[in-house]
Design a protein around this ligand. Structure first.
Ligand code: AMP
Ligand code: ZN
Length: 112
């Protein structure tokens, strides 16, 4: 727990969000500024800054599994996208690892 970290505070419950699903190690909640009809953030409860600092394969596996469960629940049978921004050039603004689950419209490629 890092009290300066927005997403740690969301995990601890001191900032209200629309929770979609929770597991022992992770939380899924709706992005406050959605970029698609479904835009859910998947985060580990443990504070990890970004994909660069990940050292726990099970934690990542749990997040990916959670993405499958949420995508199915959101009715994204036609497809979806999972994105994680790393660092300045990656466009990361919150330094607590999060996967963006996006769906409900056709995604463009390449991304901006
Ligand atoms: P990134 O730019 O990849 O670090 O993503 C951070 C995401 O967190 C952005 O899509 C924001 O819209 C989202 N965000 C920031 N604050 C909140 C909040 N209080 N509740 C939900 N999503 C948030
Ligand atoms: Zn954190």
């Amino acid at each position: 727990m890092n009290s300066d970290c927005l997403f740690c505070r969301i995990v601890e419950g001191s900032i209200p969000v629309a929770i979609v699903e929770e597991t022992e190690g992770s939380v899924a909640f709706r992005d406050i500024n959605p970029q698609a009809p479904t835009h859910v953030l998947l985060i580990p409860r443990r504070h990890v800054e970004s994909l660069n600092e990940v050292d726990d394969a099970q934690m990542m596996g749990d997040l990916v599994r959670l993405a499958q469960v949420v995508a199915a629940r959101e009715g994204l049978g036609d497809g979806w996208r999972l994105v994680t921004n790393v660092g300045k050039d990656g466009g990361q603004t919150v330094y607590h690892l999060h996967l963006h689950l996006l769906g409900g419209r056709r995604m463009g490629w390449p991304p901006g």
